[in-house]
Design a protein around this ligand. Structure first.
Ligand code: ADP
Length: 804
């Protein structure tokens, strides 16, 4: 059975059952109603007949009583010898009394008394009137002292039906009689109907209608026809009760009651009349039942439909829910897949970075060796080109890594207190020459009121300023650039605005400006180096720091990039006239001679890549520092067990044991205690200085190793007593310093005790003209140095120069 058919059956079967039940109910109730109605009608009719019967009986009894009393009185009068005149007088009086007391129907006492007819109404009989021949006289004698009822007759004068009641006195001579009119009985015929239907009559045993609904039949006989005779016989046979009979061609039911004097009270109803009532009741019952059935069916149908609609809706909702659930699952799977892919991408980039940085270390290192050792101009040119291409490649890798870090949510800000002038120095150092090389004006306006020390992520601030400044130079061929630096209060906000007179940006390109890998105006910019990543990173960094970047540009005329980044002021001392300081320091720079010579120092370099080991060893050649190498963490541990070193450069990513694991073991086993251990890493994603320090390293150096960075790091960590010569090695951030290499052995020594590289940068410009600066990180190192050297004066952290 199909689902559809099942549904249909389940709808109709209950309806059919209800229908059958209702039909049975209707038949049963109809029968019940019918029989109750018939019984009810019969009871009503019989009641009425009995009522009429008793009224008719009353009528006759009253007449009999009046007659008895009058007869007894006349009898006494006769015994007491009353005269005939007196008795006649009595009859007249009594006639009046009776009429007065019982009504017009009882009218006229008369009799045959003392052999003479006497009349209470003083009626004078005609001459030939012989009382002894009259019915009342004859019947009374026949009844011999009992009350006799003379058959009714029609009064010739009035046309009324009259009955006489008479009695013979006990002297068997005299007879007294009373006439009674039967009009009162006729009035009762109105009672003999059932709601106006049918008719009734009263007849005597001879078939004379004493009263009839049809008054014209009163006084006639029923048995003038055979049919009438049959009916009379049937009535007489029944006496009391009912029977069916065909009369006047119609099926009738006759209700009969016999009363005294052999009279019969009869009521006749045609069957149609009798059952019309019953039928209408049954019809009403059927109608109501059918109505109820129809209502039940309709209600059932409606509720069934509602039910179906409801379950359909429920099913739809369920389906919808399932669909949504499915979609959510699919979305989640898609998102998981996307996350997974993103993660894979980030990992890929991190690995690529490592893989590319490692050979780059060798390339740039070896290149530097070539530059150092050759005087051949051609080869120097090639090496310089390699150097510049290598740097570009590194910056691209750094951009890609930054972006992947931002996208994977791994970019973390490292807020520190920093010297803002030092950040500016770096930016200016890296951009001013480029601008001037291109023949562009470089206009720098720094608000002298900028607080000297700010709190924020110094590296990212530098990156943001550097990027928009570099772009301005890159995309400007004529005119120049202007860098405005300011600081707003409430809230503290660093503001950098770079304006150029470059190619500008088309309005329609504005939207694409910050999309990754999106370069604009490609034909024009074909020769400009770039990846289309810089601005995207810049904006994301600015926003991460709670700031914003805003661009206004006119195509062909130039652009204005404005960056606003909240930076807290830590030291309110104003930065002062920065431009003047800058000019001075640039003039002095070329004379400054950096050089590290420490033949008594010994360092251990740990790296699984032999080329890297060779590069670092070669780079350190001129410093005369003794170098030992290890190709793995294990080898490193074995070596530190046997020998002690002044500094250990420990590579991070090595097969087998990583740098961190090697460090852990050394720390646990108290190996190389007190020896500064520097992380060497190509993994820029993990490259934050803080995270390496957290792991227990003293510092970190990122690959490819730039000699200037290596040198300044070693100066910071090698015991100053071991250093024979150390030039201007104020530690710049990796990769930012440009070094001059002139020796300056003869200048007096100045010892600077400070471990904040930022603070030192200001000092280097001041000192370099007349002194050779030696920088130590704390008092202990200073003591060691002072034990073997004499210095011109010492500069301590934050204090003014004091001469010894
Ligand atoms: P790119 O590495 O190409 O410089 P950026 O993300 O820094 O990437 O810049 C995206 C694009 O925006 C550039 O390719 C260039 O077309 C346009 N652009 C950026 N700065 C400027 C500027 N100062 N003037 C004109 N166009 C610029």
């Amino acid at each position: 059975m199909t689902k559809h058919m099942k549904k249909k059956y389940s709808t109709f079967v209950p309806l059919i059952l209800v229908f059958v039940f209702m039909v049975v109910m209707i038949v049963y109730t109809s029968k019940l109603v019918y029989s109750v109605a018939v019984l009810n009608s019969n009871a009503v009719i019989e009641d009425r007949i009995k009522n009429v019967s008793s009224l008719v009986d009353n009528h006759l009894n009253t007449a009999e009583n009046v007659l008895q009393i009058t007869a007894d009185s006349v009898h006494h009068m006769l015994i007491s010898g009353s005269t005939p005149a007196r008795i006649h007088e009595f009859l007249v009086e009594e006639t009046e009394n009776v009429t007065e007391q019982f009504g017009e129907n009882y009218h006229g006492l008369y009799g045959y008394i003392m052999s003479k007819y006497m009349d209470g109404l003083n009626w004078e009989p005609p001459e030939d009137y012989d009382p002894k021949t009259r019915d009342w006289y004859v019947v009374a004698r026949e009844k011999d002292g009992e009350v006799a009822l003379v058959p009714p007759y029609v009064d010739a004068q009035t046309g009324n039906l009259i009955i006489s009641v008479s009695r013979m006195l006990s002297d068997r001579q005299n007879i007294i009689s009373l006439d009674v009119q039967l009009n009162g009985i006729q009035a009762l015929m109105d009672e003999l109907t059932l709601n106006g239907k049918g008719y009734g009559f009263v007849m005597d045993e001879s078939g004379l209608f004493i009263a009839h609904r049809d008054e014209s039949l009163k006084g006639t006989y029923i048995n003038t026809t055979d049919e009438g005779q049959e009916l009379l016989d049937a009535v007489k046979n029944t006496k009391s009760g009912n029977f069916s009979h065909t009369y006047d061609g119609e099926e009738c039911t006759l209700f009969v009651n016999a009363i005294s004097n052999n009279w019969y009270v009869v009521m006749c109803l045609t069957n149609d009349e009798l059952y019309e009532e019953v039928k209408s009741q049954v019809a009403m019952t059927i109608f109501i039942s059918t109505l109820v059935l129809v209502m039940i069916a309709v209600l059932y149908y409606v509720s069934r439909k509602n039910d179906q609609n409801y379950s359909k809706r429920m099913e739809e909702m369920k389906a919808e829910e399932q669909r949504k659930e499915y979609e959510t699952k699919v979305l989640k799977l898609e998102k998981d897949a996307a996350d997974e892919a993103n993660k894979a991408k980030s990992n890929f980039l991190a690995n690529m970075s490592h893989e590319i940085r490692t050979p780059m270390n060798a390339i740039l290192g070896m290149d530097e060796m070539i530059l150092r050792e050759t005087d051949d101009q051609k080869i120097r040119k090639y090496a310089t080109d390699i150097h510049s291409a290598g740097k570009t490649l590194l910056s691209i890798i750094n951009d890609i890594l930054d972006l992947s870090k931002i996208e994977s949510g791994k970019m973390e800000l490292v807020p520190v207190d920093y010297d803002f002038a030092s950040v500016l120095n770096d930016v200016v150092n890296m951009t001013m020459t480029k601008a001037r090389d291109k023949g562009l004006a470089y206009d720098l306006n720094v608000d002298p009121n900028i607080p000297s020390i700010l709190h924020g992520d110094e590296i990212r601030i530098r990156q943001v300023i550097l990027n928009i400044t570099n772009n301005a130079i890159k995309y400007t061929e004529e005119g120049g650039i202007k860098v405005d630096v300011g600081f707003d209060r409430k809230p503290d906000m660093l503001m950098i605005q770079v304006t150029d007179t470059g190619i500008g940006i088309r309005d329609e390109d504005m939207d694409k400006l910050f999309s990754s890998f999106q370069r604009l105006d490609e034909t024009r910019n074909r020769n400009v180096e770039g990846t289309g990543l810089g601005l995207n990173i810049t904006r994301q960094l600015a926003e991460m720091m709670g700031g914003s970047i805003d661009v206004k540009s006119e195509y062909g005329k130039g652009s204005v990039f404005t960056v606003r980044i909240p930076q807290e002021a830590v030291d309110e001392t104003p930065i002062g006239d920065y431009t003047e300081r800058l000019e001075k320091s640039r003039e002095q720079k070329d004379e400054f001679v950096p050089k590290l010579v420490a033949p008594r120092a010994k360092i251990l370099i740990v790296d699984d890549n032999e080329m890297n080991l060779e590069v670092i060893t070669e780079l350190l050649g001129e410093s005369k520092i003794r170098t030992r190498v290890a190709l793995s963490g294990n080898e490193c541990i074995e070596m530190v067990k046997k020998e002690s070193f002044d500094v250990i450069l420990l590579d991070q990513m090595m097969p087998g044991m990583s740098g961190t694991q090697t460090l852990e073991i050394m720390r646990k086993e108290n190996l190389a205690d007190g020896t500064p251990i520097i992380a060497l890493t190509a993994d820029a994603i993990m490259g934050a200085r803080e995270s390496y320090i957290k792991e227990g390293f003293n510092d970190y150096l990122s690959k490819p190793v730039v000699y200037a960075d290596l040198e300044s790091l070693l100066i910071r960590y090698i015991d100053p007593a071991l250093i024979e010569s150390a030039g201007d090695h104020i530690a710049d951030e990796p990769g930012t310093g440009e070094r001059t290499k002139k020796e300056d052995k003869d200048k007096p020594l100045v010892l600077v005790i400070n471990n904040s590289t930022e603070k030192l940068s200001g000092l280097k410009d001041v000192l370099s003209t007349h002194y050779k600066g030696v920088f130590v990180k704390d008092e202990a190192d200073a003591k060691k140095f002072l034990a073997k050297h004499s210095v011109e004066f010492i500069i301590r952290d934050g204090s003014a120069p004091e001469t010894e």
